[in-house]
Design a protein around this ligand. Structure first.
Ligand code: NAD
Length: 409
């Protein structure tokens, strides 16, 4: 299986060459500035002491504080966190936010942990890296298996340790703890804005058919917003099951089914049962919204969609990317497609620092402005250099990073 950090580095090198970046800039962007390895002591409910392996990787801060989520997952490893951190540097630059890139993770299976254990772990994570995070240093956020609950614990622990009660140390908090309106839906909404902005150029039909892998924060919200915007959601999957219907699924009913049963499986009689069935579904837009490397050499040839919208980070391996390019399947890359999450995170951080509270409408208008601009800029470079949208997005980001680096040396 592809190593995501190797992939991130080779994409930076390729785009760096296309953008005419100097070798020093490319070299610096190919290594994280700082990597923190932690062994977090957590007393399980049984009274047994365990040490949880965890990481914080701070990739680049030329354009602002490191920014990126914390993931709880059994497969978390250093190269994955490095790749995710590098992608954050690119993403914040694509969206032109005053932030850099970082990422964190803890190697646990949260499904086997109680809420009290997760709270002790999250607070332990803050204690283990308190000196290097903070509103002007490194601002974490949610990622896979973390959300407002964990972010609120981080605010509280950080306030206890440092006295900083602004909440600006972390984004993705609950509203009661200083979160922003619109953060919960931002990743999916941003992806939809990008899709709508490029829709005509991509030749997508009215009521385009969408299939979505992953039914968590990003995937589930995208299903709801896309169906409200007139797209037909013809298939979805989660980690265990897939479900499809050519006429379109009733997304609201599917959400209720998932809430009650814990899975999308069994919602209706369905011809597709697995993720690979879902990937091979006859549809216009395929939306991977789960984990890295979902579309690879082994299943890419089966894809029938015209467009792939990467809501997940790194869901398409370089081999699959090449195959899609040969087949004329357009990939809207993660660093553009899912930048809505970090954009509203930046808004949240700004609100915390100024003591403001923006309405949901204000957030949505500003989000649309950022995402539409980013989509247009990436499309222009795609046409200017005759490169894929992914390379174009990297070029947009790398040009901005080069400018920031040049200004300070
Ligand atoms: P989440 O934990 O809320 O949801 C993940 C979903 O993926 C779940 O439905 C899970 O069942 C499913 N899943 C896991 N393994 C799977 C598999 N092998 N096949 C099919 N489904 C599988 O996480 P999320 O926040 O929705 O994040 C999903 C992706 O989006 C990640 O790559 C994350 O980095 C990226 N992302 C999220 C945000 C955000 O704001 N939440 C922002 C940017 C990028």
């Amino acid at each position: 299986m592809s190593n995501p950090f190797d992939d991130a580095q080779s994409r930076i090198r390729e785009a760096g060459a296309r953008a005419g970046l100097d070798a020093d800039t490319v070299a610096q962007l190919c290594v994280p500035f700082r990597e923190i390895h932690m062994n977090i002591p957590v007393v399980r409910d049984t009274g047994v002491l365990e040490f949880v392996r965890a990481y914080r990787v701070q990739h680049n801060r030329w354009r602002g504080p490191y920014k990126g989520g914390i993931r709880f997952h059994p497969d978390v490893n250093l190269d994955e966190v490095r790749a995710l951190a590098a992608w954050m540097t690119i993403k914040t630059a694509v969206a032109n936010l005053p932030l850099g890139g970082g990422k964190g993770g803890a190697v646990i299976d949260p499904k086997t942990w109680t809420e009290a254990e997760l709270e002790r772990l999250t607070r332990g994570y803050v204690r283990a890296c308190e000196e290097v995070i903070g509103p002007s240093k490194d601002v974490p956020a949610p990622d896979v298996n973390t959300g407002p609950r964990e972010m609120d614990w981080i605010v509280d622990e950080y306030a206890t340790l440092t006295g900083d009660t602004s909440g600006a140390v972390v984004t993705g908090k609950s509203l009661a703890c200083g979160g922003s309106e619109g953060r919960g839906t931002a990743t999916a909404r941003g992806g939809l804005i990008v899709l709508l902005a490029l829709r005509e150029r991509l030749g997508l039909p009215a009521r385009a058919r969408v299939a979505i892998q992953g039914f968590g924060n990003a995937g589930r919200t995208f299903a709801r917003l896309a169906s409200e915007a007139g797209f037909r959601v013809v298939g979805v999957s989660d980690s265990r099951h897939a479900v499809c219907c050519a006429d379109g699924l009733d997304v609201a009913a599917l959400e209720r089914h998932k809430d009650i049963s814990g899975s999308v499986g069994g919602f209706i009689d369905s011809a597709c049962q697995t993720n690979d069935d879902l990937f091979a579904l006859d549809c216009d837009v395929l939306v991977p919204a789960a984990l890295e490397n979902a579309l690879h050499e082994g299943n890419a040839a089966g894809v029938r969609a015209k467009v792939i919208l990467e809501l997940a980070n790194g869901p398409v391996t370089p081999e699959a990317d090449r195959l899609f390019e040969q087949e004329g399947i357009v990939v809207i890359p993660d660093v553009l497609a899912n930048a809505g999450g970090v954009t509203v995170s930046a808004f949240e951080w700004e609100q915390n620092k100024t003591g403001e509270h923006w309405t949901g409408d204000q957030v949505d208008v500003r989000l649309a402005d950022v995402m539409e601009k980013a989509a247009q800029e990436v499309w222009s470079v795609h046409e200017e250099l005759k490169v894929s949208l992914r390379t174009a997005a990297y070029v947009v980001a790398l040009r901005r990073l080069q400018t920031a680096f040049d200004a300070r040396r």
